[in-house]
Unconditional design. Structure first.
Length: 320
């Protein structure tokens, strides 16, 4: 029986031991090569874009000859204002991408020997950088559409006679959210969060490129998609796939997201659900890449993303 690629030695190109043993200078050089890959590691001023920059002798900083600004290898990125050594951020990214179903802030904090608050914000910054371009991408070709509910758990009463039907709207907490995913076959996975699945119809109609074929289940609110696309439907009450009409790849994404919720995080608040949904979409799209490739891609996403407006000052009660 042939071995799955992810179980083979070819899928393992990243060594946590090597990253953990990096000297500070080697870690900064790795950041330089990934952040400024277009200039072969030569620094580019984040303020004015000037290439005429030189490194200071006494501090690990660069100075721009054009505008006179001083900057580090992480200035203007998601790690702007960092307090940990550069090597620790590389190690955090390695731990993050190696966790196939995600990693909790508690575990990340223990592995890095940092506080829960530090690990929590760091993990969310990586999630934000991973999903930064998802809002701009427009799926095309064969696109599967589906939704799944998360959060808003209602604990059943102790005695049977006091229990209610938790599926009814009047017995809900109001915290449930729906993750709706648009997944290209042999392409990208693009999730977004709404309060109810029927609210997603307008977004799907706006985002999916004209001329695409859309696959959805038999929920009545998807009927509106027939006016804009070649829509094919599948009734899950009779079959999961019928002559190519299915939403199996969308369901595969939801399986990964649910495993992350149940097995790692145990509870995901609706306020932060979009960050976890974006992370799992990134993992689903990169699932056939080596862990070394995932490490480089995640690092490039983080270093190419500007300073976070969602997570800088989070513990000082700045709104997400």
């Amino acid at each position: 029986m042939p071995q799955h690629f992810l179980l083979s030695a070819a899928a393992r190109t990243l060594s946590l031991v090597r990253v953990a043993r990096m000297a500070d200078e080697e870690a900064r050089a790795t950041f330089r090569m990934i952040r400024w890959a277009d200039t072969n590691g030569e620094p580019v001023c984040p303020a004015c874009g000037c290439l005429a920059c030189y490194e200071l002798r006494v501090r690990p900083l660069f100075k721009c000859q054009g505008c006179g600004k001083q900057f580090s290898v992480t200035s203007g990125t998601i790690f702007h204002g960092r307090k940990l050594p550069v090597r620790d951020y590389l190690l955090a990214i390695a731990l993050f991408v190696n966790a196939a179903k995600g990693i909790s802030a508690l575990q990340l904090g223990r592995d890095l020997n940092v506080s829960y608050k530090t690990a929590y914000v760091l993990a969310h910054k990586l999630r934000e950088a991973m999903a930064a371009d998802q809002a701009r991408y427009q799926p095309k070709g064969e696109v599967e559409i589906d939704g799944a509910y998360f959060g808003g758990h209602v604990k059943p009463a102790n005695r049977k006679e006091n229990r209610v039907d938790r599926r009814l709207a009047e017995h809900q907490t109001g915290k449930r959210r729906v993750v709706v995913v648009m997944r290209e076959r042999r392409g990208r996975t693009l999730p977004f969060v709404v309060r109810s699945e029927d609210e997603a119809v307008a977004t799907v109609a706006r985002r999916v490129q004209p001329g695409s074929t859309v696959y959805a289940d038999e929920a009545s609110h998807w009927d509106a998609l027939h006016a804009r696309f070649d829509a094919q439907r599948i009734n899950h009450g009779f079959a999961f796939s019928d002559d190519g009409a299915c939403t199996n790849q969308a369901e595969s994404y939801f399986a990964r997201l649910r495993r992350a919720e149940y097995g790692q995080h145990h509870h995901i608040s609706g306020v932060y659900l979009r960050f976890y949904a974006g992370e799992m979409a990134w993992r689903e799209d990169m699932r056939r890449e080596t862990n070394g490739c995932q490490f480089e891609r995640c690092t490039a996403d983080a270093l190419g993303h500007p300073k976070s407006r969602n997570w800088c000052g989070y513990w000082q009660r700045h709104a997400v």
